[in-house]
Write a protein that binds this ligand. Structure first.
Ligand code: GDD
Ligand code: MG
Length: 357
């Protein structure tokens, strides 16, 4: 069986003021009527051999997370609650340990995890489903599978994968020659120019036992603390709450740095399905429906002589004149205005806000 494991504990600070600490980006709607979390689950509908999804989120968001899942008529799921964010490696470790232990599988039917971030848009669901079936086959052989995207710019916010030997002529699957998480700009430019690299999409497939044994080698202390956090954890209503002391003692790390950069078992399947990480307002502009002047607008918005701009208004009229490549986001209690090429720094405003509170 394939078990979807949804990473839903990020904070989405580059999308402030749309994404707030009580309503982080996975719990808001960014490109259609559903929230990012709901879209992540709905996208799986129609896949065969699927187990109940496991969602890992911060305890502060537990009721909203459960409510959003029930609203799309999914009633069988597990939610694991983290008392604090420790990035993706501990979250994946918790899910792997719980799946491996709870299911006590026969060796031939070990659970395959399909790890999905809750901040992506994927336009071609059919191709996405096909690629998951290829991924499952490789995962069953003990591989750690990633999905690679053909890069279109020297993004420094992504992991880069250098493709090695092809695995099978019929599949776009390769051994991973090198995995470099978030390189600096010059390195990203050289990777892009070489044509040998793809972006890591941040989705993974592996057997629970396979990722546990790699964590055993590369992050034994983290794995041990995750084991303890589960051992001393408890059920709280429908939620599994991990032990606070044990979990908070973990040093934060992402699965990309902790395992994927180091493992020799990594494989990459190339994915061309209209994938986007909707992590910043620039990404929302890139992927949104544009008017004749290349503007993406939502809500009550009026423009004159405005081009290549993203404007969103939650509840009142926003008017703009004579702007090029800007972002304006108006919400009930905060307004953001920034040149589009500087929106990665929106997270610095969130840091300032946190320091004030
Ligand atoms: N449960 C939990 N706990 N989830 C978390 C935590 C945490 O502490 N931190 C992040 N997440 C979730 C986020 O909500 C998101 O859905 C997913 O994990 C990935 O985290 P991001 O913070 O968005 O990672 P990233 O975008 O910077 O980098 C990853 O994704 C890129 C592609 O979008 C990496 O895998 C890169 O290599 C990759 O290119
Ligand atoms: Mg992301």
């Amino acid at each position: 069986m394939i078990y979807p494991v949804i990473l839903a504990g990020g904070s989405g600070t580059r999308l402030w003021p749309m994404s707030r600490s009580l309503y982080p980006k996975q719990l808001i709607s960014l490109y259609n009527a559903h929230t990012m979390l709901q879209n992540t689950l709905l996208r799986l509908s129609g896949l065969s051999d699927l187990g109940d999804p496991v969602i890992i989120c911060n305890e502060n968001h537990r009721f909203m997370t459960a409510e959003q899942i029930r609203r799309i008529d999914i009633n069988d799921f597990k939610i694991i609650l983290e008392p604090a964010a420790r990035n993706t490696a501990p979250a994946i470790a918790l899910a792997a340990l719980i799946l491996d232990d709870n299911l006590k599988p026969e060796p031939q039917d070990e659970p395959v995890m399909l790890v999905l971030p809750a901040d992506h848009e994927i336009k071609n669901i059919e191709i996405f489903h096909e690629i998951i079936q290829s991924g499952a086959q490789l995962a069953r052989q003990g591989k750690l599978v990633t999905f690679g995207i053909v890069p279109s710019s020297p993004e420094t916010g992504y992991g880069y994968i250098k493709k090695g030997n092809g695995l099978d002529n019929s599949d776009p699957a390769f051994m991973i020659d090198r995995f470099v998480e978030k390189p600096d700009y010059d390195t990203a430019v050289s990777y892009l120019e070489s044509g040998d690299f793809c972006w890591n999409s941040g989705m993974f497939m592996f057997k629970a036992s396979a990722v546990i044994s790699e964590l055993e080698v590369f992050a034994p202390d983290m794995l041990e603390k995750c084991r303890k956090a589960i051992e001393n954890g408890n059920m709280d209503l429908d939620f599994f709450r991990v032990d606070k002391t044990a979990f908070e003692s973990i040093t934060e790390d992402s699965i990309d740095y902790a395992v994927m950069e180091k493992t020799a078992k990594g494989v990459v399947i190339t994915l061309d399905a209209g994938w986007n990480d909707l992590g910043s307002f620039d990404a929302l502009w890139q992927t949104g429906d544009k008017d004749d002047c290349n503007n993406v607008t939502s809500g009550d918005v009026l423009v004159h002589n405005v081009t290549d701009t993203y404007i969103h208004s939650d509840n009142r009229l926003v008017a703009a004149v004579g702007l090029e490549k800007f972002v304006i986001v108006d919400t009930k209690d905060a307004v953001l205005v920034a040149p589009r090429d500087q929106v990665q720094d929106v997270k610095k405003i969130v840091t300032q806000l946190k320091a004030q509170n």
